[in-house]
Design a protein. Sequence first.
Length: 398
Amino acid sequence: MKIKSIDVFDFAKCLNYTDCAPICIRINTDAGISGFGEVGLAYGNAHYGGVGIVRDFGQLIIGMDPLNSEAIREKLFRTTFWGMGGGTVINAGMSAIDIALWDIKGKYYKAPVYQMLGGKTNDKLRAYASQIQFDWDLEDRNMVTPGQYAEAAKKAMAQGYTAVKVDPVGVAASGNWQRTSQDADWRLRGQMPKPVLELVRARLQAVRSLSEQLDIIIELHAFTDTSTAIQLANYIDDLNIMYYEEPVHPLNPVSMREIRDNIKIPVASGERIYTRLGYRPFFENRSLSVIQPDVCLCGGISETKKICDMADTYDVKVQIHVCGGPISQAAALHVETVIPNFLIHEQHSYGIKQALRETCRYDYLPDENGNLTVPELPGIGQEITEETMNKTWVYTVE
């Protein structure tokens, strides 16, 4: 069996919003088996880089045996010059290819991917509602007041979620999101002004007041620096926070360790850390209690499993980062059901939007108790619909 062609599908054309526009691929073989993968650049500002990297790397694997995924990874890593340098776009492209190769492998052997990774360790996968600062509904809107944060959390709890994640600093008091507008009085670096601290705490307190049993995860998107991350954590640590995500620049293990040494809340990071090489200094300096690798960014299913096994050596828990389309969700579930150090699954607010869910054949969402189970179909158990493929921009590498 040989790789015959690769199709790159750009969802930006078929979705009515631009915040989350997945880039997916289909690797086609001369045996009639195709596998689907996803480039983890559905959000942020590297969309066309994601399209381009698969077109570049795809040319190098035409004619290779898709079952030899390790050999293909080594070729992309060792011989492309940029592969060994890594970075977001490079690893996102390699991730999509690796996921698609595992999908082919599962279909070829007529087995779900998780069985080939070692079988189930976790049958039910507890999920949390992620990014409730944008509400928890079919339409996003910026939450500003403490009452609005509580209402968003209530919606998630009514659906069975027992944990939520919130960025309490990302939306300024004006209602502006940090990436699109900087408010001079909403200072998150150096030293937080008292009014900022008070509003952030009030938002979190409003969520905590709903239930002492609800787990609250704080997401900071690295908007804070070392000083403000420590300042904030110590201001709210009585609210029983589950963990504290990306409090500082995601590739700085020294700053991350300084934060860990000066706060009581466990520290987490990982969506912007790539491959085992990237995670290594964080494991060695013991700065992270929870890692959050993205299967569509850190090197694919192969590399994610290796990262998770490496983490287990250091007693570090894993919450796979999921912030893309349904293929991203499915790929994450296969890794999470296998690994012994699984902590919780991320159900992103993007992932509950109807338009995004309808791009693929199967709809995997948490049940009424907030749990997910892994797909039992051969491969990753997810495919783009023909209707969606006909609506996207398609680039074919032959």
